[in-house]
Each structure stands twice: as structure tokens, then as C-alpha cells.
Write a protein that binds this ligand. Structure first.
Ligand code: 15L
Length: 291
């Protein structure tokens, strides 16, 4: 992935950092992943004191004083090391595609639970959770979803993200740890196919959105669609405003090029928002019990 190194966008409208944010760090998990690499490079440029953590792949420090760590989030000792002195977690770690159930359970359920329990022990104030559009992937491409749309996961992966959102909800309700569930669309440098005209989240907007999630005052629990300013978006822009996010990228600016190219999706993958994820382990009409 090419990372833009000179990102500029209007200063997020969210309020200046809270006094408590002046000391302590933001923990970024999944820092070796696609979105994590982008955030690891960009957040410190916007004044965020970052600790970046990876699971399997050790991170080579970009600077002598860069705080980089490694470890399995299911391990309590690792969690305690990662969360020491942290006020906010940006949780990008986990399995990000469809995989066998056990892997999803280990990485997206058990590790997330361990992180939340660690957050309780360490007095972490907020967790920004990388949810996904695939928790809603079985909605029709003709629907425009509000934030309270019912979960309609398209995969076990999407199902695990619905569980993660509800975990964030529960830890706010029961333990007062604030949570933002970022329902990330397609975080790409540029839209590459027709589906991306609806789902694209540009790199610039990703960075701005996460900054807003870190800085916004008093969010309680809140889901937010992680999407750029796309005319063909499947999702309403509501809530983005509440945290001061003002997307700057428009997929429509790329529409001519994208629509002149091939569409990798066909059949059922074109009918549902989740695209190709929908077709994985899919029972077609005619082969279903009630057909
Ligand atoms: C996701 O949740 C995946 O992690 C990413 O690989 C993309 O497939 C993205 O959704 C998408 O829907 O484009």
C-alpha cells in the first residue's frame, strides 16, 4: 500500500484535546495491517502520542523514540504492557476477511474481550473499534442505511463485527468506557471498482475520521459509517457530524475512470452491499429449504 505522506485536510471541527489527553498515549493495535500502517504513519503528524502494536509481525521503529510493541492480545500480560499509560485505544487488530470460525473467534471475539477487560483494569477512557460494513453486507445495494439499520452480516467475519459493536455498547453501558464503532467501508487510496463508488473511504478521510474519533468530546457509545463523501453511498452521513468529521474525498470524481473499467463482481455479489463477501458459502435460491 502506498501511503500518502503529506496529507492535508481542514482541521477537524471537533474540540481541542481534553486535558486528560495531554498526558498518556493512544494505543494503535493492528499497526502492521492495511489501515494500521496508514494510521501509524499519520497520527503522530497530527500530535497524537502513539504506541503502535502488532500481533505476529514485529514493527521496526521509524524513529529511535517511536513506541512500538508486539504481542498476542489474548495474553493478559501483553494487554497490561500495551495499556499502561493509555487513555484511548484505536483497535484495528483482528481478522479482516472471511476465515475459518476458530480464527475469527480467537482474533475478533476473545482478543477483543481481553482488550476490554484490560481497558477496565487500566482506566482506559475510550476504544475506537474497527467495525466493518460487512456487519450489514446482506442489505440490498438499493437500500440507504441509517445508523440504526439492523445487522445483516454477510460472513462469519461480519458477524464478529456485529458482536464487537455490541461489546462496545455493553462496556459503555456497564463500565463507562466510551466506544465508537467505525463501520469502515473500503479504505483504499482510490476507488478501484464500481462497488467502491459507494463504499470508498479515502486515506485522507480515514486519518481525519480517526482523529475525530480520538478527539471528540463525550461520545458515549456511537456507531459511525466510515465512508467518504460518496454520492452513491449505501450509508447516511449521520453521526459523522457529531464528532466533527467532514469527508473531503468524493468517489464521484473517479466515476468515469472506474465505470469505464471492468466490474469484478457479478450475479449475487452485485445485489448486496457486501459484494464478493456475500458469495462466500452462499446458498442460492432454489437450493434453500423453503424454496
Ligand atoms: C472489510 O471489512 C475488509 O477488511 C476489507 O478487506 C475490504 O474488503 C472492505 O471491507 C470492503 O468491503 O471493501
Amino acid at each position: 500500500m502506498n501511503l500518502t505522506t503529506d496529507m492535508t485536510f481542514p482541521a477537524p471541527r471537533c474540540l481541542p484535546p481534553e486535558p486528560w489527553a495531554a498526558s498518556g498515549k493512544v494505543l494503535l493495535t493492528g499497526a502492521a495491517g492495511n489501515v494500521g500502517r496508514l494510521l501509524r504513519a499519520e497520527l503522530p503528524r497530527h500530535g497524537i502520542a502513539l504506541r503502535s502494536a502488532s500481533g505476529h509481525q514485529p514493527l521496526v521503529p521509524n524513529a529511535p523514540d517511536e513506541d512500538v510493541q508486539q504481542g498476542d492480545l489474548r495474553d493478559t500480560a501483553v494487554i497490561d504492557r500495551l495499556l499502561a499509560g493509555v487513555h484511548t485505544v484505536v483497535h484495528m487488530a483482528g481478522t479482516s476477511i472471511e476465515r475459518p470460525l476458530q480464527e475469527i473467534i480467537d482474533n475478533n471475539l476473545i482478543a477483543l474481550h481481553a482488550l476490554y477487560e484490560g481497558a477496565r483494569r487500566h482506566g482506559v477512557r475510550r476504544i475506537v473499534f474497527a467495525s466493518s460494513n460487512h456487519a450489514f453486507g446482506m442489505h440490498s445495494v438499493n437500500s440507504r442505511l441509517d445508523l440504526d439499520a439492523p445487522y445483516r452480516p454477510d460472513t462469519l467475519y461480519g458477524l464478529s463485527k456485529a458482536w464487537g459493536e455490541l461489546m462496545a455498547r455493553m462496556y459503555w453501558d456497564k463500565h463507562g468506557i466510551e466506544g465508537i464503532a467505525l463501520r469502515i467501508g473500503s479504505c483504499e487510496k482510490e476507488p478501484a471498482n464500481p462497488r467502491h463508488l459507494s463504499t470508498w473511504l479515502s486515506h485522507e478521510d480515514t486519518v481525519q475520521l480517526v482523529l475525530c474519533c480520538i478527539r471528540a468530546p463525550a461520545v458515549g457509545f456511537m456507531p459511525v459509517w466510515g465512508v467518504s463523501d460518496n454520492a452513491r453511498s449505501y450509508w447516511t452521513p449521520k453521526a459523522a457530524d457529531a464528532i466533527g468529521y467532514q469527508p473531503q474525498s468524493r468517489s464521484e470524481d473517479h466515476a468515469e475512470r472506474v465505470l469505464a473499467g471492468p466490474n469484478p463482481l457479478d450475479g449475487v455479489a452485485r445485489q448486496f452491499q457486501g459484494g464478493s463477501f456475500v458469495t462466500q458459502d452462499y446458498t442460492p435460491p432454489g437450493q434453500r429449504p423453503h424454496d
